[in-house]
Design a protein around this ligand. Structure first.
Ligand SMILES: Cc1ncc(C[n+]2csc(CCOP(=O)(O)OP(=O)(O)O)c2C)c(N)n1
Length: 728
């Protein structure tokens, strides 16, 4: 095995002449200490797991050094190590390979221990990740993550703590699947393992997850999750106040707390075994507070000498978990310190060989390859699956009643569908949209959650990856923003970062938009959808008419289960109970439900005018149809296009309407900046449409209370004036 110096930074490690390995004080101390270990006067009994722990720890440490080494030669793109945290290997041996795990970025030794148990070369996986190779088994070079389907390790993102709500959702799903007699990818007695750092513990997302776990266990809901807080006392450069993590972790009602010192592998194995078996048997949450140290700085180019004293850095050397395992092994009389030092050095060569091998693998080479797992669409299968959803009754319904009927039909057709959110169960939702579903389908499938949008979406994330079809409700669009990361950072990225191996198809119902007759002010009339429209791959459905609503819900449910699509179902509150279109009591906004399939991304046209096209959706459709009638009285004939889908936008349908009329007015009830009309106009320009274009939108303002709301929301008069100008 050849070695290369890092000093002259050539482009490729293979270009460099072999020279000696650069020393590192942590490693120097470790090797010296290993060689100095004296044989025991009386050997003690040490479990066979000690060898497996040693192996995973050493490989993990060498993987960190190898990643640094490649980094010094410009061959890595993101290095964050696990050095000092390797005691988590013992935790891996305390749980089962089939127990789903969501791992902290310093849990490499856990990953390697689990991989070794399954006969998988985990070092190769990690090295492929470090060089962003397309052959890396979970993310295919899209991110440096721990993950593998065969190991039940679900990749996490870089956003600290954002995987915890999913973990809680998975724990809830395991026993819920048993109760509902549904298939689940995890064993019936599986537990979820979720690791994170001590500074991450302070994050609102971590607090949300721990609170939700406690809230569930407090009321005796089964929630088998083992939280593993890997506490190295630092968050990048900021020390965690001594005692703080313990005080915080102990303070959760109904969550059992145990502590283990990472420099005592026997204790870690013992405590984590006891705790894992307690979680498994009791189906209750617990937290293992694992004291660790952090070597080699935080990540990448971070130089900890800038914020830690040399004395503090050196003080951690004796707490090296590898040294601790070596002491344990030597105490057994099975190995000498010299042997272990030699084994450690041999691992360097082995791991560096794999690092070099990894550099021979190509990265992704095309945008298509990068994006291939982003938004798989199988319209034929989706149509078949959606077509199997049958709606009951033939009487005309309002939008709210239609969504209710659609939900009932989806719950009927998909036994794995769950409806949950704030007030959705007995009350039936703030606007009655879920009324009667709890009584009909039971509390196992239609249930109230605690008041926390992060946890609601987290439950959906965890349930979806466990085989359910979650249909969570966010009570108002404004409150999605509290929890956006769970949608933007987690739900929408899972297929991308797992190369489609893990999916979390779901339908998130969100009540939104303005026009509630002066009611509620901004937070009940939020019209900001920009934050949704730019999320790659998601589907955004926004029905306006009752007959579309039920069919689109069936389509979203089918897309979620067939393609793993993350669907947002944006419902215009102001139209929930609207009955009339043109005149009082005309009931023209009510309709019976048709079984006709509405494909993802297909618009719907109304009227047949050829002077201009009013391209709109949501409340805009109701307004545009009324304006079209007024325009007709003035001799202007309009074609009205309901987008129905805000992502993917029905570009072909928009273009067809534009070409048929030569003039397009986009009627956009959302804000002028970041609103939907920006996307529609850009799509027309991109497609080379050279007719006349205009738009009307709501003002760049929050919506005030009372009648003043009308001052900032788009009005029918504005639409009419703009239309006349356009044809004028
Ligand atoms: C939400 C979020 N904010 C900030 C960061 C940047 N960041 C990455 S790691 C880190 C410190 C985490 O410390 P800790 O949880 O103690 O884990 P450790 O790195 O010490 O293992 C920070 C602030 C992030 N990744 N995510």
């Amino acid at each position: 095995m050849r070695e290369w110096s890092s000093r002259s930074r050539p482009r490729r490690p293979a270009d460099k002449r072999p020279v000696a390995v650069e020393s590192d004080p942590v490693e120097e101390h470790l090797l010296e200490s290993l060689r100095a270990l004296a044989p025991p006067s009386m050997p003690v009994l040490v479990p066979s797991e000690a060898e497996a722990i040693w192996q995973a720890q050493v490989d993990s440490r060498q993987t960190d050094y190898a990643a640094r080494w490649l980094g010094q030669h410009g061959r890595t793109f993101y290095t964050i190590g696990s050095a000092g945290h390797e005691s988590n290997a013992a935790v891996a041996l305390a749980v089962r390979i089939g127990d789903p795990a969501l791992l902290h970025y310093r849990s490499a030794a856990f990953y390697l221990a689990r991989a070794a148990q399954a006969g998988i070369d985990g070092v190769r996986d990690l090295m492929l990740g470090v060089v962003a190779a397309a052959a890396e088994p979970i993310a295919g070079g899209r991110h440096k993550v721990f993950g593998r389907k065969e190991l039940s390790v679900i990749p996490m993102t870089s956003t600290i703590a954002s995987h915890l709500p999913r973990g809680v959702g998975m724990a809830l799903a395991i026993d819920r699947a048993t109760r509902l007699e549904l298939p689940c990818p995890w064993a019936r007695d599986a537990i979820v393992l979720c690791s994170f750092g001590d500074a991450s513990l302070n994050h609102a997302t971590a607090q949300a997850a721990l609170n939700t776990a406690a809230h569930s266990a407090f009321q005796h809901l089964p929630l088998p999750i083992l939280f593993l807080c890997e506490d190295n006392g630092l968050g990048i450069s900021v020390p965690t106040p001594p005692g703080w993590a313990e005080a915080l972790l102990r303070s959760r009602p109904a969550v059992r707390y145990e502590y283990a010192d990472g420099s005592d592998p026997a204790e870690v194995l013992d405590v984590s075994r006891g705790l894992a078996s307690w979680v498994r048997g009791e189906r209750k949450p617990a937290v293992l507070h694992l004291r660790t140290v952090r070597y080699l700085s935080h990540a990448g180019a971070d130089a900890e000498i800038a914020y830690r004293t040399p004395r503090a850095i050196r003080a951690d050397f004796d707490r090296d978990p590898i040294l601790a395992t070596a002491r344990w092994l030597v105490a057994s009389g099975r190995h000498s310190g010299e042997e272990l030092a030699a084994d450690y050095e041999a691992a360097r060569g082995r791991v560096r060989a794999k690092a070099l091998e990894a550099t021979k693998h190509a990265q992704m080479t095309s945008a298509e390859q990068v994006m291939s797992p982003l938004a798989p669409r199988s319209p034929g299968t989706v149509a078949l699956r959606a077509g199997a959803v049958r709606f009951e009754g033939a009487e005309p319904l309002t939008l709210a009643q239609a969504i209710n009927a659609g939900l009932a039909a989806v719950l009927e057709r998909h036994p794995e569908a769950l409806v949950f959110g704030e007030d959705v169960a007995i009350k039936g939702g703030v606007y009655g949209v879920t009324r009667g579903l709890h009584a009909r389908f039971g509390a196992g499938r239609v249930f109230d959650t605690l008041l926390d949008e992060t946890s609601i979406l987290g439950l959906a994330l965890g349930a979806a990856v466990s085989g359910f079809l979650p249909i969570p409700e966010i009570q108002y669009l404004a409150y999605l923003h509290n929890a956006e990361d769970q949608l933007r950072g987690e739900a929408s990225t899972l297929q991308f970062f797992s190369h489609g191996q893990y999916r979390n198809g779901m339908v998130i119902r969100i009540a939104g938009y303005g026009y509630q007759r002066g009611f509620g002010g901004h937070f009940h009339n939020d019209d900001a959808v920009g934050v949704l429209r730019d999320i790659p791959g998601i589907v955004i459905a926004s029905p306006s008419r009752p007959d579309d609503a039920a069919a689109m819900l069936a389509t979203c449910a089918a897309a979620a289960s067939v393609d793993g699509s993350v669907c947002v179902f944006l419902e215009p509150i102001a139209l929930y109970h609207t009955r009339d279109l043109y005149e009082n009591d005309d009931d023209a906004w009510c309709s019976a439900l048709a079984d006709e399939h509405v494909p993802v991304g297909a618009a719907r046209s109304y009227l047949d005018g050829d002077d201009l096209a009013l391209v709109t959706w949501g409340n805009g459709l109701h307004m545009s149809l009324r304006v079209a009638r007024r325009l007709a009285m003035r001799g202007v004939s309009a074609l009205v296009v309901d987008l129905r889908w805000l992502a993917p936008l029905p570009v072909d349908d928009i273009l067809a309407a534009a070409r048929a009329t030569g003039r397009v007015l986009v009627v956009d009830e959302t804000r002028r900046t970041g609103g939907v009309s920006e996307g529609v106009l850009a799509a027309l320009i991109d497609a080379g449409f050279d007719g006349r274009l205009a738009r009307v939108a709501s003002k760049d303002s929050f919506v005030p209370l009372g009648d003043a709301a009308r001052l900032v929301l788009l009005s029918e008069d504005e639409i009419e004036e703009a239309a006349l100008r356009l044809v004028g």
